[in-house]
Design a protein. Structure first.
Length: 524
Protein backbone atom coordinates (compact mmCIF):
# COMPACT_ATOMS: atom_id res chain seq x y z
CA UNK A 1 0.00 0.00 0.00
CA UNK A 2 3.06 2.25 -0.09
CA UNK A 3 2.88 5.12 -2.55
CA UNK A 4 5.28 7.82 -3.69
CA UNK A 5 2.75 10.50 -2.72
CA UNK A 6 3.51 9.98 0.95
CA UNK A 7 7.20 10.75 0.46
CA UNK A 8 6.27 14.37 -0.25
CA UNK A 9 5.50 14.84 3.45
CA UNK A 10 8.31 13.62 5.70
CA UNK A 11 5.98 13.87 8.73
CA UNK A 12 3.22 11.78 7.21
CA UNK A 13 2.07 8.68 9.06
CA UNK A 14 3.55 5.76 7.17
CA UNK A 15 2.31 2.82 9.20
CA UNK A 16 -0.75 1.97 11.32
CA UNK A 17 -1.04 -1.04 13.61
CA UNK A 18 -4.50 -2.10 14.76
CA UNK A 19 -4.37 -4.16 17.96
CA UNK A 20 -7.34 -6.52 18.03
CA UNK A 21 -9.74 -7.84 15.42
CA UNK A 22 -13.40 -8.60 15.81
CA UNK A 23 -16.03 -6.24 14.48
CA UNK A 24 -14.31 -3.08 15.72
CA UNK A 25 -10.88 -4.01 14.42
CA UNK A 26 -12.00 -5.07 10.96
CA UNK A 27 -14.35 -2.11 10.55
CA UNK A 28 -11.36 0.11 11.31
CA UNK A 29 -9.08 -1.77 8.92
CA UNK A 30 -11.64 -1.70 6.12
CA UNK A 31 -12.26 2.02 6.45
CA UNK A 32 -8.56 2.91 6.61
CA UNK A 33 -7.84 0.72 3.59
CA UNK A 34 -10.33 2.75 1.55
CA UNK A 35 -9.66 6.25 2.84
CA UNK A 36 -5.86 5.91 2.83
CA UNK A 37 -5.66 3.88 -0.38
CA UNK A 38 -3.61 6.54 -2.19
CA UNK A 39 -1.67 7.83 0.81
CA UNK A 40 1.02 5.17 0.94
CA UNK A 41 0.12 4.01 4.45
CA UNK A 42 0.85 0.45 5.55
CA UNK A 43 -1.90 -1.08 7.71
CA UNK A 44 -1.43 -4.16 9.87
CA UNK A 45 -4.03 -5.79 12.11
CA UNK A 46 -2.81 -8.07 14.90
CA UNK A 47 -5.40 -10.54 16.11
CA UNK A 48 -4.92 -13.25 18.72
CA UNK A 49 -6.53 -16.60 17.87
CA UNK A 50 -6.67 -17.29 21.64
CA UNK A 51 -9.01 -14.38 22.36
CA UNK A 52 -12.58 -14.73 21.15
CA UNK A 53 -14.30 -11.63 19.88
CA UNK A 54 -17.16 -10.38 22.03
CA UNK A 55 -18.71 -8.60 19.08
CA UNK A 56 -20.57 -5.33 19.55
CA UNK A 57 -24.05 -6.19 18.52
CA UNK A 58 -26.19 -7.76 15.89
CA UNK A 59 -28.66 -4.89 15.71
CA UNK A 60 -27.72 -1.55 14.18
CA UNK A 61 -29.00 1.95 13.53
CA UNK A 62 -29.38 3.72 10.15
CA UNK A 63 -25.92 5.32 10.42
CA UNK A 64 -24.51 2.04 9.10
CA UNK A 65 -25.67 3.05 5.60
CA UNK A 66 -23.17 5.93 5.60
CA UNK A 67 -20.35 3.62 6.66
CA UNK A 68 -21.15 0.89 4.16
CA UNK A 69 -21.56 3.46 1.39
CA UNK A 70 -18.12 4.87 2.15
CA UNK A 71 -16.69 1.39 1.68
CA UNK A 72 -18.67 0.88 -1.52
CA UNK A 73 -20.39 -2.23 -0.16
CA UNK A 74 -23.31 -3.63 -2.14
CA UNK A 75 -26.29 -3.90 0.20
CA UNK A 76 -27.74 -7.12 -1.17
CA UNK A 77 -24.37 -8.88 -1.10
CA UNK A 78 -23.63 -7.66 2.43
CA UNK A 79 -27.02 -8.85 3.66
CA UNK A 80 -26.69 -12.25 2.02
CA UNK A 81 -23.18 -12.86 3.31
CA UNK A 82 -24.03 -11.75 6.86
CA UNK A 83 -27.48 -13.37 7.09
CA UNK A 84 -28.95 -9.92 7.64
CA UNK A 85 -32.55 -8.85 8.03
CA UNK A 86 -34.07 -5.37 7.84
CA UNK A 87 -34.69 -3.40 11.02
CA UNK A 88 -37.34 -0.66 11.30
CA UNK A 89 -36.87 -0.07 15.02
CA UNK A 90 -37.35 -1.63 18.44
CA UNK A 91 -40.44 -2.82 20.26
CA UNK A 92 -40.26 -2.11 24.00
CA UNK A 93 -42.38 -4.38 26.19
CA UNK A 94 -43.10 -3.81 29.91
CA UNK A 95 -40.78 -0.80 30.11
CA UNK A 96 -43.15 2.03 31.03
CA UNK A 97 -45.56 -0.29 32.80
CA UNK A 98 -46.27 -4.01 32.93
CA UNK A 99 -48.39 -5.33 30.06
CA UNK A 100 -47.73 -2.27 27.92
CA UNK A 101 -45.58 -1.86 24.84
CA UNK A 102 -44.50 0.83 22.43
CA UNK A 103 -42.37 1.10 19.31
CA UNK A 104 -39.28 3.22 18.73
CA UNK A 105 -39.19 3.57 14.97
CA UNK A 106 -36.45 5.12 12.86
CA UNK A 107 -39.14 6.85 10.78
CA UNK A 108 -40.42 10.37 11.31
CA UNK A 109 -43.89 11.27 12.50
CA UNK A 110 -46.21 13.48 10.52
CA UNK A 111 -45.42 17.05 9.39
CA UNK A 112 -46.44 20.21 11.21
CA UNK A 113 -49.62 21.94 10.09
CA UNK A 114 -50.14 25.72 10.16
CA UNK A 115 -46.96 26.03 12.25
CA UNK A 116 -48.35 23.74 14.93
CA UNK A 117 -46.14 20.75 15.67
CA UNK A 118 -47.32 17.24 14.95
CA UNK A 119 -47.06 16.13 18.58
CA UNK A 120 -49.09 18.99 19.96
CA UNK A 121 -51.80 18.26 17.42
CA UNK A 122 -51.64 14.62 18.51
CA UNK A 123 -52.18 15.60 22.15
CA UNK A 124 -55.27 17.56 21.15
CA UNK A 125 -56.53 14.69 19.01
CA UNK A 126 -56.03 12.26 21.91
CA UNK A 127 -58.03 14.57 24.16
CA UNK A 128 -60.87 14.86 21.64
CA UNK A 129 -61.01 11.12 20.96
CA UNK A 130 -60.86 10.25 24.67
CA UNK A 131 -64.02 12.31 25.16
CA UNK A 132 -65.65 9.92 22.68
CA UNK A 133 -64.29 6.89 24.49
CA UNK A 134 -61.71 6.14 21.78
CA UNK A 135 -58.05 5.50 22.62
CA UNK A 136 -55.39 6.91 20.28
CA UNK A 137 -51.93 5.45 19.65
CA UNK A 138 -49.04 7.74 18.74
CA UNK A 139 -47.30 5.21 16.52
CA UNK A 140 -50.34 4.95 14.24
CA UNK A 141 -48.88 8.10 12.67
CA UNK A 142 -45.48 6.54 11.99
CA UNK A 143 -45.08 4.49 8.82
CA UNK A 144 -42.08 2.59 10.19
CA UNK A 145 -43.88 1.55 13.36
CA UNK A 146 -47.03 0.50 11.52
CA UNK A 147 -45.02 -1.47 8.96
CA UNK A 148 -43.10 -3.25 11.73
CA UNK A 149 -46.25 -4.08 13.67
CA UNK A 150 -47.66 -5.64 10.51
CA UNK A 151 -44.39 -7.41 9.59
CA UNK A 152 -44.06 -5.46 6.32
CA UNK A 153 -41.08 -3.92 4.56
CA UNK A 154 -40.13 -2.16 1.37
CA UNK A 155 -37.20 0.13 0.60
CA UNK A 156 -38.14 3.73 1.37
CA UNK A 157 -37.78 5.18 -2.13
CA UNK A 158 -41.17 3.75 -3.05
CA UNK A 159 -42.76 5.09 0.15
CA UNK A 160 -41.57 8.66 -0.40
CA UNK A 161 -43.75 8.89 -3.52
CA UNK A 162 -46.79 8.72 -1.23
CA UNK A 163 -45.89 12.01 0.43
CA UNK A 164 -45.19 10.33 3.77
CA UNK A 165 -41.95 10.94 5.69
CA UNK A 166 -39.32 8.40 4.74
CA UNK A 167 -39.02 5.30 6.93
CA UNK A 168 -35.35 5.00 7.71
CA UNK A 169 -34.11 1.50 8.39
CA UNK A 170 -31.10 -0.43 9.61
CA UNK A 171 -30.13 -4.10 9.84
CA UNK A 172 -29.82 -7.08 12.10
CA UNK A 173 -26.82 -9.21 11.12
CA UNK A 174 -24.42 -11.84 12.35
CA UNK A 175 -21.58 -9.87 13.91
CA UNK A 176 -19.06 -12.66 13.39
CA UNK A 177 -19.93 -12.95 9.72
CA UNK A 178 -19.76 -9.16 9.35
CA UNK A 179 -16.25 -9.15 10.83
CA UNK A 180 -15.23 -11.92 8.41
CA UNK A 181 -16.82 -10.04 5.51
CA UNK A 182 -14.82 -6.91 6.34
CA UNK A 183 -11.65 -8.94 6.95
CA UNK A 184 -11.82 -10.25 3.41
CA UNK A 185 -12.65 -6.77 2.17
CA UNK A 186 -9.66 -5.20 3.97
CA UNK A 187 -7.06 -7.85 3.18
CA UNK A 188 -7.98 -7.68 -0.51
CA UNK A 189 -7.06 -3.99 -0.29
CA UNK A 190 -3.66 -4.57 1.20
CA UNK A 191 -4.24 -4.77 4.94
CA UNK A 192 -1.86 -7.31 6.46
CA UNK A 193 -3.50 -9.76 8.87
CA UNK A 194 -1.13 -10.89 11.62
CA UNK A 195 -2.07 -13.76 13.92
CA UNK A 196 -0.50 -13.53 17.35
CA UNK A 197 -0.84 -12.38 20.92
CA UNK A 198 0.66 -9.08 22.07
CA UNK A 199 2.63 -9.61 25.29
CA UNK A 200 4.79 -6.49 25.51
CA UNK A 201 4.66 -2.85 24.47
CA UNK A 202 7.69 -0.59 24.05
CA UNK A 203 7.30 3.16 24.63
CA UNK A 204 9.53 6.06 23.70
CA UNK A 205 11.24 6.93 27.01
CA UNK A 206 11.19 10.64 26.17
CA UNK A 207 7.52 11.23 25.37
CA UNK A 208 5.71 8.00 26.26
CA UNK A 209 4.52 7.38 22.71
CA UNK A 210 4.12 3.74 21.77
CA UNK A 211 7.02 2.64 19.64
CA UNK A 212 6.24 -1.03 19.04
CA UNK A 213 4.36 -4.11 20.20
CA UNK A 214 5.92 -7.53 20.64
CA UNK A 215 4.13 -10.83 20.12
CA UNK A 216 4.44 -14.04 22.09
CA UNK A 217 6.49 -15.62 19.30
CA UNK A 218 9.03 -12.77 19.43
CA UNK A 219 7.93 -10.79 16.37
CA UNK A 220 7.93 -7.03 16.85
CA UNK A 221 5.80 -4.47 15.03
CA UNK A 222 6.58 -0.78 14.92
CA UNK A 223 4.12 1.91 13.80
CA UNK A 224 3.48 5.64 13.82
CA UNK A 225 -0.16 5.27 14.86
CA UNK A 226 -1.71 2.51 16.98
CA UNK A 227 -5.42 1.75 17.18
CA UNK A 228 -6.58 -0.14 20.28
CA UNK A 229 -9.44 -2.51 19.41
CA UNK A 230 -8.70 -4.95 22.24
CA UNK A 231 -12.19 -4.65 23.71
CA UNK A 232 -12.94 -4.36 27.40
CA UNK A 233 -9.33 -5.23 28.23
CA UNK A 234 -8.00 -1.97 26.77
CA UNK A 235 -4.48 -3.31 26.32
CA UNK A 236 -2.90 -0.14 24.95
CA UNK A 237 -5.16 2.70 26.07
CA UNK A 238 -5.58 1.49 29.66
CA UNK A 239 -2.83 -0.97 30.55
CA UNK A 240 -0.05 1.02 28.84
CA UNK A 241 -1.20 4.64 28.52
CA UNK A 242 -3.29 4.65 31.72
CA UNK A 243 -6.25 6.61 30.37
CA UNK A 244 -8.74 6.64 33.28
CA UNK A 245 -12.22 5.21 33.03
CA UNK A 246 -15.32 7.17 34.05
CA UNK A 247 -17.91 4.76 35.46
CA UNK A 248 -21.66 5.30 34.97
CA UNK A 249 -23.04 2.41 37.01
CA UNK A 250 -25.07 4.74 39.24
CA UNK A 251 -27.09 5.75 36.17
CA UNK A 252 -26.89 2.48 34.24
CA UNK A 253 -27.03 -0.26 36.89
CA UNK A 254 -26.93 -3.21 34.46
CA UNK A 255 -23.44 -4.69 34.48
CA UNK A 256 -23.85 -8.27 33.27
CA UNK A 257 -25.19 -10.11 30.26
CA UNK A 258 -25.84 -13.64 29.09
CA UNK A 259 -26.45 -14.49 25.44
CA UNK A 260 -27.44 -17.56 23.45
CA UNK A 261 -28.46 -18.17 19.80
CA UNK A 262 -31.55 -20.23 19.07
CA UNK A 263 -33.09 -21.91 16.08
CA UNK A 264 -35.39 -19.76 13.98
CA UNK A 265 -38.95 -21.06 14.20
CA UNK A 266 -40.77 -18.45 12.11
CA UNK A 267 -40.11 -15.87 9.42
CA UNK A 268 -37.92 -13.04 10.77
CA UNK A 269 -39.67 -9.80 11.68
CA UNK A 270 -38.22 -6.36 10.79
CA UNK A 271 -37.57 -5.18 14.33
CA UNK A 272 -35.71 -5.93 17.55
CA UNK A 273 -37.70 -6.89 20.60
CA UNK A 274 -36.70 -5.59 24.05
CA UNK A 275 -38.62 -6.94 27.05
CA UNK A 276 -38.08 -5.47 30.51
CA UNK A 277 -37.45 -8.10 33.20
CA UNK A 278 -37.22 -7.99 37.02
CA UNK A 279 -33.60 -6.83 37.15
CA UNK A 280 -32.86 -5.74 33.59
CA UNK A 281 -34.12 -6.58 30.11
CA UNK A 282 -34.10 -9.25 27.43
CA UNK A 283 -33.41 -8.92 23.71
CA UNK A 284 -34.57 -10.90 20.71
CA UNK A 285 -32.88 -10.25 17.35
CA UNK A 286 -34.11 -12.05 14.22
CA UNK A 287 -31.54 -13.11 11.62
CA UNK A 288 -32.05 -15.10 8.44
CA UNK A 289 -30.54 -18.29 9.88
CA UNK A 290 -31.18 -18.03 13.62
CA UNK A 291 -32.42 -15.80 16.42
CA UNK A 292 -30.15 -13.91 18.80
CA UNK A 293 -31.26 -13.82 22.43
CA UNK A 294 -29.82 -12.36 25.58
CA UNK A 295 -30.40 -10.84 28.97
CA UNK A 296 -28.78 -7.65 30.26
CA UNK A 297 -29.12 -7.30 34.02
CA UNK A 298 -27.79 -5.87 37.26
CA UNK A 299 -25.72 -8.19 39.40
CA UNK A 300 -26.67 -6.14 42.46
CA UNK A 301 -30.41 -6.74 41.94
CA UNK A 302 -30.58 -10.14 40.21
CA UNK A 303 -31.24 -13.30 42.20
CA UNK A 304 -28.17 -15.00 40.70
CA UNK A 305 -26.40 -15.46 37.37
CA UNK A 306 -27.73 -19.01 37.17
CA UNK A 307 -31.31 -17.85 37.74
CA UNK A 308 -31.05 -15.25 34.96
CA UNK A 309 -29.60 -17.81 32.58
CA UNK A 310 -32.34 -20.29 33.39
CA UNK A 311 -34.98 -17.63 32.72
CA UNK A 312 -33.43 -16.83 29.35
CA UNK A 313 -33.32 -20.47 28.30
CA UNK A 314 -36.91 -20.94 29.42
CA UNK A 315 -38.28 -18.23 27.10
CA UNK A 316 -36.42 -19.14 23.90
CA UNK A 317 -38.65 -19.57 20.85
CA UNK A 318 -36.50 -22.36 19.44
CA UNK A 319 -33.80 -24.80 20.47
CA UNK A 320 -30.60 -23.30 21.88
CA UNK A 321 -27.79 -23.65 19.33
CA UNK A 322 -24.89 -23.14 21.76
CA UNK A 323 -24.15 -22.93 25.44
CA UNK A 324 -25.07 -19.57 27.00
CA UNK A 325 -22.19 -17.12 27.16
CA UNK A 326 -21.79 -14.75 30.10
CA UNK A 327 -20.19 -11.32 30.15
CA UNK A 328 -19.48 -8.73 32.82
CA UNK A 329 -18.89 -5.08 32.00
CA UNK A 330 -18.69 -1.64 33.55
CA UNK A 331 -20.81 1.00 31.81
CA UNK A 332 -18.91 4.20 31.18
CA UNK A 333 -16.35 5.84 28.96
CA UNK A 334 -12.64 6.28 28.63
CA UNK A 335 -11.76 9.79 29.85
CA UNK A 336 -9.46 10.24 26.84
CA UNK A 337 -10.02 7.85 23.95
CA UNK A 338 -7.02 9.24 22.05
CA UNK A 339 -3.78 9.49 24.02
CA UNK A 340 -0.44 10.32 22.40
CA UNK A 341 -0.22 8.11 19.27
CA UNK A 342 -2.94 5.66 20.25
CA UNK A 343 -6.67 5.85 19.48
CA UNK A 344 -9.06 3.45 21.20
CA UNK A 345 -12.08 2.31 19.21
CA UNK A 346 -14.93 0.05 20.26
CA UNK A 347 -15.22 -1.41 23.76
CA UNK A 348 -11.69 -0.26 24.59
CA UNK A 349 -13.01 3.30 24.52
CA UNK A 350 -16.12 2.72 26.63
CA UNK A 351 -19.21 0.57 27.04
CA UNK A 352 -22.89 1.36 26.74
CA UNK A 353 -25.34 -1.51 27.00
CA UNK A 354 -26.92 -2.49 23.67
CA UNK A 355 -30.41 -1.23 24.54
CA UNK A 356 -30.56 1.09 21.50
CA UNK A 357 -28.06 -0.78 19.32
CA UNK A 358 -25.46 2.00 19.51
CA UNK A 359 -22.17 0.15 20.03
CA UNK A 360 -21.55 -0.59 16.35
CA UNK A 361 -22.54 3.00 15.60
CA UNK A 362 -20.00 4.35 18.11
CA UNK A 363 -17.29 2.25 16.44
CA UNK A 364 -18.17 3.59 13.01
CA UNK A 365 -18.52 7.15 14.26
CA UNK A 366 -15.09 6.91 15.94
CA UNK A 367 -13.57 5.65 12.70
CA UNK A 368 -15.04 8.47 10.61
CA UNK A 369 -13.89 11.04 13.16
CA UNK A 370 -10.41 9.51 13.13
CA UNK A 371 -10.32 9.92 9.37
CA UNK A 372 -11.41 13.55 9.75
CA UNK A 373 -8.67 14.20 12.30
CA UNK A 374 -6.11 11.83 10.80
CA UNK A 375 -2.74 12.99 12.17
CA UNK A 376 0.79 13.31 10.98
CA UNK A 377 3.77 12.31 13.11
CA UNK A 378 3.56 15.57 15.07
CA UNK A 379 0.25 14.45 16.63
CA UNK A 380 -1.02 17.98 17.25
CA UNK A 381 -2.55 18.08 20.73
CA UNK A 382 -5.24 20.52 19.62
CA UNK A 383 -6.55 17.94 17.12
CA UNK A 384 -6.38 15.14 19.69
CA UNK A 385 -8.30 17.30 22.17
CA UNK A 386 -10.95 18.10 19.56
CA UNK A 387 -11.38 14.40 18.74
CA UNK A 388 -11.74 13.52 22.41
CA UNK A 389 -14.26 16.32 22.95
CA UNK A 390 -16.33 15.17 19.97
CA UNK A 391 -16.40 11.58 21.21
CA UNK A 392 -17.26 12.65 24.76
CA UNK A 393 -20.16 14.75 23.53
CA UNK A 394 -21.56 11.95 21.39
CA UNK A 395 -21.33 9.16 23.95
CA UNK A 396 -22.82 11.36 26.69
CA UNK A 397 -25.79 12.25 24.47
CA UNK A 398 -26.38 8.56 23.77
CA UNK A 399 -25.90 7.78 27.47
CA UNK A 400 -28.69 10.21 28.38
CA UNK A 401 -31.02 8.64 25.84
CA UNK A 402 -30.42 5.15 27.25
CA UNK A 403 -30.88 6.33 30.86
CA UNK A 404 -34.24 7.82 29.81
CA UNK A 405 -35.63 4.30 29.33
CA UNK A 406 -34.91 3.43 32.95
CA UNK A 407 -35.73 6.73 34.62
CA UNK A 408 -39.10 7.48 33.04
CA UNK A 409 -41.13 4.48 34.15
CA UNK A 410 -44.22 3.81 36.16
CA UNK A 411 -42.79 0.56 37.49
CA UNK A 412 -41.99 0.05 41.16
CA UNK A 413 -42.75 -3.66 41.31
CA UNK A 414 -39.13 -4.77 41.88
CA UNK A 415 -36.21 -3.18 43.77
CA UNK A 416 -34.40 -2.69 40.45
CA UNK A 417 -37.19 -0.67 38.85
CA UNK A 418 -37.85 1.29 42.01
CA UNK A 419 -34.18 2.28 42.10
CA UNK A 420 -34.27 3.34 38.45
CA UNK A 421 -37.44 5.39 38.84
CA UNK A 422 -36.11 7.46 41.72
CA UNK A 423 -32.41 7.68 40.87
CA UNK A 424 -30.80 11.04 40.12
CA UNK A 425 -29.83 11.43 36.47
CA UNK A 426 -27.39 13.72 34.60
CA UNK A 427 -28.45 17.38 34.60
CA UNK A 428 -28.57 17.33 30.80
CA UNK A 429 -31.24 14.64 30.86
CA UNK A 430 -33.18 16.05 33.81
CA UNK A 431 -33.49 19.44 32.07
CA UNK A 432 -34.92 17.74 28.98
CA UNK A 433 -37.48 15.82 31.06
CA UNK A 434 -38.43 18.96 32.99
CA UNK A 435 -38.86 20.89 29.75
CA UNK A 436 -41.18 18.22 28.33
CA UNK A 437 -43.55 18.01 31.28
CA UNK A 438 -45.38 21.39 31.09
CA UNK A 439 -46.42 21.40 27.41
CA UNK A 440 -44.65 18.53 25.64
CA UNK A 441 -41.86 20.76 24.34
CA UNK A 442 -38.80 18.93 23.13
CA UNK A 443 -35.71 20.64 21.72
CA UNK A 444 -33.13 18.42 20.05
CA UNK A 445 -30.08 19.91 18.36
CA UNK A 446 -29.33 18.96 14.74
CA UNK A 447 -25.97 17.39 15.66
CA UNK A 448 -27.44 14.98 18.21
CA UNK A 449 -27.40 11.37 17.13
CA UNK A 450 -30.90 10.53 18.39
CA UNK A 451 -33.27 12.99 16.76
CA UNK A 452 -36.56 14.55 17.82
CA UNK A 453 -38.62 11.57 16.66
CA UNK A 454 -36.55 9.13 18.72
CA UNK A 455 -36.78 11.21 21.90
CA UNK A 456 -40.50 11.67 21.37
CA UNK A 457 -41.10 7.95 20.79
CA UNK A 458 -39.37 6.94 24.00
CA UNK A 459 -40.61 9.78 26.22
CA UNK A 460 -44.20 9.22 25.18
CA UNK A 461 -43.84 5.45 25.08
CA UNK A 462 -42.42 5.29 28.58
CA UNK A 463 -45.43 7.21 29.86
CA UNK A 464 -44.20 10.80 30.13
CA UNK A 465 -47.07 13.19 29.38
CA UNK A 466 -47.46 16.93 29.03
CA UNK A 467 -49.53 18.67 31.71
CA UNK A 468 -51.10 21.11 29.26
CA UNK A 469 -51.51 22.11 25.63
CA UNK A 470 -49.60 24.84 23.82
CA UNK A 471 -51.48 28.05 22.90
CA UNK A 472 -50.58 27.62 19.22
CA UNK A 473 -53.34 24.99 19.01
CA UNK A 474 -55.85 27.87 19.04
CA UNK A 475 -54.93 28.36 15.36
CA UNK A 476 -56.70 25.10 14.54
CA UNK A 477 -60.28 24.03 14.94
CA UNK A 478 -61.03 20.65 16.48
CA UNK A 479 -62.30 19.50 13.10
CA UNK A 480 -59.01 20.45 11.42
CA UNK A 481 -57.07 18.42 13.98
CA UNK A 482 -59.28 15.37 13.55
CA UNK A 483 -59.23 15.67 9.75
CA UNK A 484 -55.42 15.89 9.76
CA UNK A 485 -55.03 12.56 11.55
CA UNK A 486 -57.80 10.85 9.63
CA UNK A 487 -56.06 11.72 6.37
CA UNK A 488 -52.46 11.17 7.47
CA UNK A 489 -53.05 7.91 9.31
CA UNK A 490 -55.15 6.71 6.39
CA UNK A 491 -52.21 7.25 4.03
CA UNK A 492 -49.95 5.35 6.45
CA UNK A 493 -52.32 2.38 6.48
CA UNK A 494 -52.65 2.46 2.71
CA UNK A 495 -48.88 2.52 2.10
CA UNK A 496 -48.17 -0.23 4.61
CA UNK A 497 -50.97 -2.35 3.22
CA UNK A 498 -49.26 -2.27 -0.18
CA UNK A 499 -45.93 -3.46 1.23
CA UNK A 500 -44.93 -7.11 0.94
CA UNK A 501 -44.29 -9.24 3.99
CA UNK A 502 -40.79 -8.69 5.35
CA UNK A 503 -39.81 -12.34 4.96
CA UNK A 504 -40.90 -12.44 1.31
CA UNK A 505 -39.17 -9.16 0.44
CA UNK A 506 -36.02 -10.22 2.27
CA UNK A 507 -35.82 -13.56 0.52
CA UNK A 508 -36.22 -11.96 -2.91
CA UNK A 509 -33.72 -9.18 -2.20
CA UNK A 510 -30.98 -10.93 -0.24
CA UNK A 511 -31.90 -14.43 0.77
CA UNK A 512 -28.92 -16.24 2.30
CA UNK A 513 -28.18 -19.84 1.49
CA UNK A 514 -29.92 -22.35 3.73
CA UNK A 515 -26.52 -24.09 3.99
CA UNK A 516 -24.87 -21.16 5.77
CA UNK A 517 -23.39 -22.62 8.97
CA UNK A 518 -24.10 -21.22 12.41
CA UNK A 519 -20.81 -19.58 13.50
CA UNK A 520 -19.60 -18.47 16.90
CA UNK A 521 -21.70 -15.54 17.92
CA UNK A 522 -21.28 -12.23 19.71
CA UNK A 523 -24.40 -10.35 20.63
CA UNK A 524 -22.98 -7.41 22.50
Amino acid sequence: MRDEKNTLNPNAVRKVVIAGGGTAGWMTAAALSVDLADAGVEIELIESPEIGAIGVGEATVPFIHLFNKMLGIDQADFMKQCNATFKLGIEFINWGNLNESYFHSFAHFGPNFKDVSFYHMYLRQAELMAAKGVETVLEDSNVGAVAARNNRFRHPQTVEKSGLPSHFYAFHFDATLYASYLRDFATQRGVRHVSGRIIDVEQNPENGFIRSVRLQDGREFEADLFVDCTGLYGLLIEKVLKSPYEEWSHWLPCDRAVAVPSARVEAPVPYTKSTAEKSGWRWRIPLQHRTGNGMVYSGAFAESDDAVEAKLLDVLDGKALASPRRLRFTPGRRREVWVKNCVSIGLASGFLEPLESTNIHLVQSSILKLLSYFPDKNFAQAEIDAFNADMQKEIEQIRDFIILHYKVTGREDTPFWKYCKYMAVPDTLQRRIDMFKPHGRLFVKPDEFFNYNSWLSVMHGQGLRANGLVPQLDRLTDQEVLAYFEAFNGRVRSVVGAMPLHGDYLHAFAGASEQTPVPAFGEL
